[in-house]
Design a protein around this ligand. Structure first.
Ligand code: PHB
Length: 389
């Protein structure tokens, strides 16, 4: 027969084992799954996001909520057909505590699906897929960047106010292109304009010639476009080489000229774009961020670096509130929802659907800068269509 004393000792021992496990869960290394493109047309975007994320971490002494961070990296190649396998490897094989990713909207939707099903915390540091903070929204999914609708809508308002009447659009045929153009069209047509032609090519193709010929024949008042990364470099150069820059003004969501100006050179000069970040902003946080980034990486930061930095800030805010315990999802979300995030873009907060509520700036390319011209749309909130949360 076991004595009561023996039983009490056993219970105490079991409790000690359990609390040690819980302690280890909160204080051991935090495993961060970084799923980003490191090859292909968006490779430089993935690198800038990682740099920004790591800059914030370094500023925190390499720890978030007292936990050291260990990275597990996957090159997602901006390939939606490999996305589910890639994210499942991180969640199921590597057992990551949180997911950070990605750039491409199609890949991000696969990540959001897995995050929603597994409950893993996901912070999206770029991809604008409207569904991520729309129909697929979830308490454990956050975005530090934008929705595709946001810069498109802001530029639609700007161009309608300028009195432009007929516009042709051109973009890649996938969620980011479709949704940016849809946002643009919503505001532009509300403001009295008409989209007279919608041109597309498959992602990540860059054979623009036939489409440029079509634009020349259509003779719209202006063109609105979404391209990014390597594709944006080639599009801006081809548009100028086709002689269209002088006759049909080109406008874009700001990704067209962000992180790309060195390669685009004079062909980008004068272009107007709309985005949640700009060069030459009078934001004190931006000044310190830019100095620190340039010192650490010998590079100028761009919007992607800012979004990576802010993804790390969001993670830090949530983790602090739960003492590093990622299983406390409701408390994590509550802290992030209440936060004012001090971003280099200016302070922002997240909407109920977890997308940034933010100013969208009008910028104009001047030399090697996306110079701030003004605010295109103040505190623009994504409509979060289909989000039930
Ligand atoms: C996207 O696929 O959502 C995307 C990709 C690159 C950008 C912006 C959005 O620069």
């Amino acid at each position: 027969m076991k004595t009561p004393l023996f039983r009490t000792t056993l219970i105490a021992a079991a409790a000690a084992v359990l609390s040690t496990a819980a302690f280890a869960q909160n204080t051991g290394k935090l495993k961060v799954g970084l799923m980003l493109p490191y090859t292909g047309t968006f490779a430089s975007l993935g690198n800038a996001i990682e740099n920004g994320f790591k800059l914030y971490l370094t500023e925190q002494g390499g720890k978030l909520a007292g936990r050291e961070v260990e990275f597990v990296k996957v090159d997602d190649e901006s390939d939606p057909s490999k996305a589910t396998d890639n994210v499942n490897k991180l969640v199921k094989r590597d057992n990551v505590d949180v997911l950070i990713g990605t750039v491409h909207s199609g890949v991000a939707m696969a990540m959001a699906k897995v995050a929603k099903e597994s409950g893993t915390i996901l912070i999206v540091p770029n991809a604008g897929a409207d569904a991520v903070t729309g129909a697929m929204c979830a308490p454990n999914i956050f975005r530090s960047s934008f929705s595709n609708w946001q810069p498109g809508y802001a530029m639609g308002e700007v161009m309608a106010k300028k009195g432009i009447k007929k516009v042709a659009t051109i973009t890649w045929k996938y969620a980011a292109g479709d949704e940016t153009v849809r946002g643009f069209k919503e505001a532009f047509e509300k403001g009295g304009g008409t989209v007279v032609k919608e041109l597309n090519l498959p992602f990540p193709n860059v054979e623009f010639q036939a489409l440029l010929t079509d634009i020349a024949a259509t003779k719209p008042d202006a063109v609105f476009t979404f391209f990014a990364g390597g594709g944006a470099v080639k599009f801006v150069k081809d548009y100028a080489a086709a002689g269209l820059k002088k006759t049909i003004p080109l406008y874009g969501s700001g990704f067209l000229t962000d992180g790309t100006l060195d390669a685009q050179g004079a062909d980008a000069d004068g272009l107007f774009t709309a985005l949640h970040y700009a060069d030459s902003m009078e934001v004190p946080k931006d000044k310190t961020f830019r100095l620190a980034y340039a010192k650490a990486y010998k590079l100028q930061p761009d919007v992607y670096a800012v979004q990576g930095y802010d993804a790390a800030q969001i993670l830090g805010i949530g983790l602090k509130a739960v003492n590093g315990d990622v299983s406390k999802k409701a408390e994590f979300a509550k802290a992030v929802e209440a936060a004012k995030i001090e971003s280099p873009r200016g302070t922002f907060s997240l909407s109920k659907a977890h997308n940034p509520v933010q100013d969208i700036y009008l910028r104009q390319v001047t030399g090697k800068e996306n110079k701030l011209v003004g605010v295109a749309s103040k505190a623009l909130t994504d409509p979060a269509r289909g989000c039930k949360m």
